[in-house]
Design a protein around this ligand. Structure first.
Ligand code: SAM
Length: 266
């Protein structure tokens, strides 16, 4: 069998991009190679592997779990079924934090460690801690930091239970409301504890806001990812805990940036 005939058959079962990504991954070539070499011969082992990956994609398994890799902010991260797959939208949190340049940062719900590890490269003068409630996720986070050569302290904590004080706390916590009707079947492959929260997706974010006052240095920042539909509720809730919203919670796509009002900054 050659490239062109495998792709032709595969495109009847999945979309073109998926089919090409799978075959390129199996052959260890860039996708452009497939277009340039439609007659390239695929051996039996390659075909079996590509067929089995195709079947997994047809069952909605995300491509990142098939390859075990996902790119985030230009670096390649290992992902497993114990970690959320980093989303491109989350990169916006890094851009926000780079403008603040805090000295001491905590990443809550670190998952694959993508936020903490990226910050350690983008802000090399900052000290970075990262926590998760899942030991299995932390194992993957440590492997990523080690492999990429990042300096991050990872440890277990239920939200802020085991942590000290920081200039900035960043969190991409579970915020999906089970009631949302646009959830994709791919989500079934990701850990429930990484996705869903009670109280319309806001339960963990609210508890974090309550706890954060005692764990932020004066004028410290809390940077949260949430769905746009949740931003106003988060801003309103945070006001009761002496936080001021400093970005436009209505317009920004994912991040809500809060600054603590308990004394002026530094
Ligand atoms: C949406 S994922 C984010 C993963 C990663 N930070 C990212 O942006 O790709 C949420 C993470 O929060 C963790 N988590 C859930 N509940 C937690 C809690 N109470 N305390 C700490 N981490 C928690 C999950 O295990 C999961 O790794």
């Amino acid at each position: 069998m050659n490239v062109s005939s495998w792709l032709k058959a595969a495109k009847k079962k999945t979309d073109r991009l998926d089919a090409e990504l799978i075959l390129a991954y199996v052959l260890r070539v860039p996708r452009t190679f497939l277009h340039a070499h439609p007659d390239y011969k695929i051996n039996q082992e390659e075909q079996d592997q590509a067929d089995s990956f195709l079947k997994r994609r047809q069952n909605h398994e995300p491509f990142a779990y098939i390859t075990g890799r996902k790119e985030f902010y230009g670096r390649n991260f290992k992902v497993t079924r114990d970690t959320l797959i980093p989303r491109p939208e989350t990169e916006a949190l890094i851009d926000v934090i780079k403008t603040i340049k805090p000295a001491k940062i905590l990443d809550v719900g670190t998952g694959s460690g993508c936020i903490a590890t990226t910050l350690s490269f983008e802000l090399p003068d900052s000290e970075i801690d990262a926590v998760d409630i899942s030991e299995n996720a932390l194992h993957v986070a440590r492997l990523n930091a080690q492999f990429l050569g990042a300096k991050v302290n990872f440890f277990v904590s239920d939200l802020l239970q085991n942590v000290g004080k920081y200039d900035l706390i960043v969190a991409n916590l579970p915020y999906v409301d089970r009631e949302w009707d646009w959830l994709s079947p791919e989500l079934a492959f990701e850990p429930e504890t990484a996705l869903y929260a009670n109280d319309h997706g806001l339960a963990l974010i609210k508890t974090l806001i309550e706890q954060a006052q005692d764990h932020l240095n004066p004028g410290g920042y809390l940077v949260l990812e949430a769905d746009r539909s949740q931003h106003q509720k988060i801003s309103d809730f945070a006001r009761d805990f002496q936080f001021e919203t400093i970005n436009d919670a209505q317009k920004s796509d994912l991040s809500v940036v809060l600054v603590s009002k308990n004394q002026s900054a530094h």
